[in-house]
Design a protein around this ligand. Sequence first.
Ligand code: SF4
Length: 178
Amino acid sequence: MKTIYDLAEEIRRCTACPLWKGRTLAVPGEGKGKIMFVGEAPTVEEDRQGLPFVGKSGKFLDEMLEIAGLKREDVFFTGIVKCHPPENRRPSIEEVKTCKEKWLEKQIEVLKPKLVVILGRVALKGLLGQGNLKEIHGNVITEKGLKFFIAYHPAEGMRFPVIKKKMEIDFKKVRKLI
Ligand code: SF4
């Protein structure tokens, strides 16, 4: 059975979708905890460092983790795609599908997370195929034996104070779940 580190090595060499052409470093994910956070795609800074949720969004997420009573070592952070899309565009449906089936599903299989926290619309659509974030954030959905918690993406929380408030309420619920 492969480990999460074996998968990371393979992800760094992956050319399965066109996003590999524009990356500096792929961002397989970080951590080994049993709570998995799935965001969208690496930012410019994350692409440069090869690490997820660094810089401002990382600090913001740390604030949310504290509200949830979690530390970085309790979690595994990753994105629904592992390579930075050119000009910060959204990853396409096809890119999301390819990366999820090729890597995220294997990471889930290896880590067996107790809870998967979905951050934002792209990860929500990619993982559950549907759902209106505005309506279902803060809720748990159980599917295929996995427990998903739906939340906004930190980028939105940083931009809009009203979303930040909603995220604070949602992350308090995460505390109760774990
Ligand atoms: S985004 Fe995912 S599938 Fe596409 S090249 Fe990068 S690792 Fe491979």
